[in-house]
Design a protein around this ligand. Structure first.
Ligand code: ACM
Length: 526
């Protein structure tokens, strides 16, 4: 922000405060020196400059906004709720009628930060005020996660007669390195309820993720209501791995998830995996089947046996309906078509299929994403390839000038075991301990040029997990490290420093009742 805009903000704030401060003012407290730059923020911000004093968050703190628009009021409601959950303080909305006695949190939307991007934010903290500025609600939301992280876990009860949570003063100037920072949840192998997914969204939001990719269909289950093809959920949604009950989201429930995520500035990317991984669809409607074997419900975990009949027009009518219905309830720009491991689809049929589906996705106003195999088809630079296994496919995508999402199974698969002792997970791409998950460089992975990388995503496949405790065991703490790889620049990442900040996530994880894997590589602050 320019010096001029900073000055304007300060003048407005001072005028506001003097209007409010008709009552008796609480004296500013003197805290022992604290250092903002060494706070336990994850992801590490771009720049943090400490001024080594303390802002008192306490019963006299009030919150105020630059404009009383719905989005800003909703954001401050969100922040107040989180402050209440952590400290039990009721932070009130300041207005000029109520005398303001103590410190102020001021949330400001300003065009001055526009050129830094929608998620960029600035946090200026002095002894009396904490000012969070961004050009967009999404930047304010990211900055609010930083505020949540720098509020101490415990109050200081000795410096004055009331409890105070001293926040270190200084300035944080922050923005993400990558525009796409995601995790994928496989709700097809095992179904996860709306409540489970919401908890996962809450955890991702705290670490500044902006994408949740939902793997909504596979051989073992179809998980989203399609009104024009009702048997998909009635039959295809009835099973999951291991023969449990299965389940699916009605469109209303899916919309509820989309809205819940949107409020946390997270976008849902829906995936319907095809032409392989389609047994659940083919059992529901055998006309779709292309592998020549009468389909049966499947509860095992082998892959690569199913395919749609890529040369039948009805199959494309089906896909058109599915993409149309899901796109209509998905505000984000992406539609993921899967495209992986279609081992029983002939190569020429696979290529024909992907090209035709790209047109369908485009027709419904979405941008196609697919696993890295899609780059073997003749598709255009608008589609996005998700690198999971094949360097060769990644380089085909580069030749086509496509963007790439980095999800290399050797580094970023949340469903790989930590080590030989892990209770859940697979190990086909190796073990991924907490340090291996963090110590790699997406910016230079497999010689993929930085300009092609749109971001990173950590997929969580669910063959071996069927409830929230098991999900959390695999996702945490590794998902926290992927958040930093997606957000923070390489110069700001360092395992030794990260490890200490990670250890201090324990109180938050405990508060959120997250059953994380307490890796012995980290000295958890429990
Ligand atoms: C994948 O793991 N089959 C994308």
């Amino acid at each position: 922000m320019s010096t001029f805009s900073k000055a304007i903000t300060l003048i407005l704030l001072t005028l506001f405060l003097s209007a409010c401060n008709k009552g008796k003012k609480i004296p500013t407290l003197n805290f022992p020196s604290t250092d903002l730059s060494t706070e336990n923020m994850i992801p590490k911000p771009l720049e943090a400059i400490a001024t080594n004093e303390g802002f008192s968050l306490d019963q006299y703190t009030a919150i105020s906004v630059s404009e009383k628009s719905d989005d800003l009021l909703d954001l401050i409601w969100f922040l107040s709720e989180k402050i209440k959950a952590k400290t039990n303080l009721d932070i009130v909305l300041a207005d000029s009628e109520t005398p303001q006695k103590g410190t102020v949190i001021y949330i400001e939307k300003t065009d001055a930060l526009k050129q830094k991007g929608a998620e960029a934010y600035l946090l200026s903290i002095t002894r009396d005020s904490l000012i969070l500025s961004s050009s967009q609600a999404s930047g304010i939301f990211r900055g609010m996660q930083t505020i949540r992280q720098i509020i101490p876990d415990n109050s200081n009860d000795t410096i004055t007669t009331y409890k105070t949570w001293p926040i270190p003063t200084g300035e944080i100037n922050d923005k993400p390195q990558f525009e796409y920072r995601g995790s994928m949840l496989d709700v097809a192998r095992h179904f996860f309820s709306v409540e489970d997914v919401k908890k996962y969204i809450d955890l991702l939001a705290y670490y500044k993720y902006n994408i949740l990719h939902l793997h909504l269909s596979d051989d073992q289950g179809w998980r989203i209501e399609i009104k024009s093809w009702p048997l998909l959920t009635k039959i295809g949604g009835s099973t999951e791995v291991g023969g449990e009950q299965g389940g699916f989201y009605t469109q209303e429930e899916y919309i509820d998830l989309v809205n819940y995520a949107a409020r946390r500035h997270i976008m849902i990317v829906p995936e319907i995996d095809m032409p392989g991984h389609t047994n659940a669809a083919s059992v529901s409607y055998p006309i779709l089947n292309g592998n020549g074997i009468p389909p049966k419900l499947y509860e095992g975990t082998e892959v690569g046996k199913s395919t749609l009949d890529t040369r039948k027009d009805e199959v494309y009518t089906f896909i058109d309906d599915v993409v149309r219905e899901i796109s209509a309830i998905t505000p984000g720009p992406y539609f993921h078509i899967g495209g992986d491991e279609s081992h029983v689809t002939k190569k020429e049929d696979y290529i024909y299929f992907v090209e035709r589906v790209q047109e369908i996705v485009r027709k419904h106003g979405k941008r196609m994403i697919g696993w890295d195999e899609i780059a073997t088809a003749n598709i255009d630079s608008n589609s996005i390839s998700q690198f999971w296994a094949s360097k060769e496919n990644a380089h085909l995508a580069i030749e086509k000038n496509m963007k790439i999402i980095l999800s290399p199974a050797k580094k970023a698969y949340l469903d790989m075991k930590y080590d030989t002792e892990s209770k859940y997970g697979l190990s086909w791409s190796g073990y991924i301990p907490v340090d291996t998950a963090y110590i790699w460089t997406p910016e230079a992975y497999e010689k993929i040029p930085l300009k092609n990388i749109i971001g990173i995503e950590a997929p969580l496949w669910s063959e071996t997990i069927s409830n929230m405790d098991e999900l959390e065991y695999l996702a945490f703490p590794r998902a926290i490290g992927y958040a930093e790889l997606g957000w923070s620049i390489k110069e700001n990442r360092n395992w030794e420093d990260y490890k200490k900040r990670l250890a201090n996530q324990a109180p938050f994880l405990k508060r959120m009742k997250v059953k994380y894997y307490p890796s012995s590589l980290v000295k958890w602050n429990e």
